[in-house]
Design a protein around this ligand. Structure first.
Ligand code: HEC
Ligand code: HEC
Length: 373
């Protein structure tokens, strides 16, 4: 090559290099003009502001709640396009009328396998701070959403992206919800998590009592209230009352539901232990909330009890020993007696109080209902 040819070649490669460096990034998408970061607010002084009754909801800093994200999440939650079969959505197992749980003990996922656990109610989860799922395997709602899509709806979640990408409803909703407008799994999980955080139940008779001191309680209900909260006898509050409004400590316990558990390997489901691998976690499950229980039967991680009367009877006479039984269940010789040995009056008082936790406003709240209908 001659010298001036060399110069030209060098010049050409420099110019090309510069052009290459200045080209738009492969993953680069221009900011969407529709992007709307308007924050989502509950507009409820009980939840926000200095006099709030609920603890402050801690939202991940990389996923602040916006109106657009909650809206997108609501569409995704109800959309069967997310499933491999094309006919299931989150709503198939988490129905508003059942407290965003399921009336089936064990449901079938979109690949046709039966779940070994009961679908959990998805209410007031914005406050959950100690792991989600019965075994605590996901750390936050974003991770729970990724887990749920994979295990319940689609074994190859990225296949959903093309389907949503060819739907103008979604190109629009994603453009509004995210600065990059990208239809990605990360953004799907962020929106579903935002929608789930917006699902809040706070309008039960019990709430009216806490908020306004409205004394609508009957004597029966008050006695049941005392049993749940104040008496060591009822003991429910140790696990079902955090800040008196959530009705779950978001922690994990073994409450002694099975006979013949002699070693930790006898648990039919290892629960938290299956996730952590720690022996002392075998047979422990996440405490569910007691709110809106009337809508969310059947109960427990395997849906074994169909009525609250059965749950109460279990606490009264059905406790069984196990290597990992929670110390609270051992107190005052409870296990030896088979339970709290409640009188008929005490059982009906407890049931009466628990009824005050049911929230019909929530069950019918149109903000959470199917946007396609
Ligand atoms: C086929 C039924 C089914 C479908 C569909 C389904 N879920 Fe679930 N969901 C379950 C079951 C069962 C559990 C309990 C799983 C476990 O503990 O192993 C659960 C648990 C959860 C939890 C944990 C709640 C808690 O209190 O810890 C979240 C969050 C959740 N699902 C969200 C979703 C979302 C979002 C979708 C849609 C992407 C979805 N689920 C679709 C059955 C389903
Ligand atoms: C030591 C902690 C603890 C105490 C005390 C306790 N619970 Fe629970 N409760 C749990 C856990 C954990 C579960 C889930 C157990 C499982 O599925 O294995 C549960 C489940 C329930 C459920 C089922 C909810 C659902 O959606 O499936 C009801 C109802 C319930 N408890 C009521 C009560 C009542 C009433 C009392 C007081 C008499 C009480 N619990 C005392 C920890 C506790």
């Amino acid at each position: 090559m001659k010298r001036n040819q060399l110069y030209i070649a060098a010049l050409v490669s420099i110019v090309c290099g510069l052009l290459w460096a200045c080209r738009p990034d492969d993953g680069f998408t221009p900011p969407s003009a529709l992007y709307d970061p308007s924050p989502y607010t509950f507009n409820r002084p009980e939840l926000e502001g200095p006099n709030r009754l609920f603890p402050l909801m801690v939202v991940p800093s990389d996923n602040p709640m916006t109106i657009a994200k909650v809206e997108l999440g609501r569409y995704l939650f109800y959309d069967a396009k997310l499933s491999i079969s094309g006919n299931q959505s989150c709503n198939s197992c988490h129905k508003q009328e059942y407290n965003f749980g399921d009336n089936l003990a064990l449901s079938m996922n979109a690949s046709g396998s039966r779940n070994s656990r009961n679908a959990m109610p998805l209410i007031n989860l914005g406050w959950a701070n100690n792991g989600l799922m019965w075994d605590g395997r996901t750390i936050d709602l974003e991770a729970a959403s990724a887990d749920a899509i994979f295990s319940e709806l689609h074994p190859n979640p990225s296949a959903i992206l093309d389907i949503l990408g060819s739907d103008s409803l979604y190109t629009n909703l994603f453009a509004k919800a995210f600065e990059d407008g990208a239809i990605s799994l990360e953004n799907i999980n962020k929106s579903l998590a935002s929608f789930m955080r917006s699902i809040v139940s706070i309008d039960s008779k019990y709430d009216r009592y806490v908020k306004f001191g409205l004394n609508e309680f009957s004597q029966e209900e008050f006695r049941g209230f005392e049993m749940v909260f104040s008496s060591e006898e009822g003991d429910c509050f140790h696990c079902h009352a955090s800040s008196d409004v959530i009705f779950s400590d978001f922690s994990f316990h073994n409450i002694g539901m099975d006979s013949n558990i002699n070693t930790i390997y006898d648990f039919a489901d290892y629960g938290l232990g299956g996730n952590t691998g720690n022996e002392e976690d075998y047979g422990l499950f996440k405490t569910p909330t007691l709110r809106n229980w009337a809508y969310s039967a059947p109960y427990m991680h395997d849906g074994r009890f169909t009525t609250m009367e059965e749950v109460i009877e279990f606490h009264s006479t059905g406790l069984k020993n196990s290597p990992n039984l929670d110390v609270i269940m051992l107190k005052d010789g409870k296990i030896q007696n088979g339970g709290l040995q409640m009188t008929t009056q005490e059982k009906s008082d407890l049931l009466a109080f628990l009824q005050t936790l049911n929230d019909t406003v929530f069950i019918n709240n149109p903000s959470y209902s199917n946007p396609f209908e």
